[in-house]
Design a protein around this ligand. Sequence first.
Ligand code: GTP
Ligand code: MG
Length: 173
Amino acid sequence: MSLGYYDWLVKVIVLGDSGVGKTNILTQFCDSKFSQNYTATIGVDFKIKILNVQDKKIKLQIWDTAGQERFRNITQTYYKGAYGIIFVYSLVDRNSFNNVEGWIKSILESSTDEVCSILVGNKLDSQDRRVSTAEGEKLAQKYNMPFIETSALENKNIQDIFDRLGQNLKIRL
Ligand code: GTP
Ligand code: MG
């Protein structure tokens, strides 16, 4: 099936601190690529991918935002119209976990649209874990969203992020 045919077009936005792996999650999901070298996203990029949910084709327009503080003002204007939101922190960066609730609050409280969200703890491959699975689960429960731990490096559970999101989207579309 070509990229041209789809049943729904859905805008998805990926948010979280700088360096947690947002861009690599997307390059792994969309292009099967991972880069060890860190290149900060500047402003916003976006990628397109067709997601199959049961018998429907959902065209995801995925916006990859910059986690760096100096680009925050730019990214705020991109939240509008997003139907799916992926909140990412790094399992090896305690600060990024502490900050992710701030991301969740600022988006969900200011958003009037009904959105589907998912919480993602990335870098599951690393030996240097600083955030437990239970902590992630608890936070996700608090905001009533699914939770998943991933590794963009090992391509572990990356597809699942979008499948979970797609299932929730399907219910609401
Ligand atoms: P900003 O664009 O600044 O917001 O950062 P980002 O969230 O897009 O992070 P990015 O994907 O650029 O990854 C940051 C660094 O973490 C890079 O050096 C990646 O190679 C590394 N990284 C990303 N995902 C993983 C992962 O699953 N495991 C490991 N070990 N490293 C990862
Ligand atoms: Mg990036």
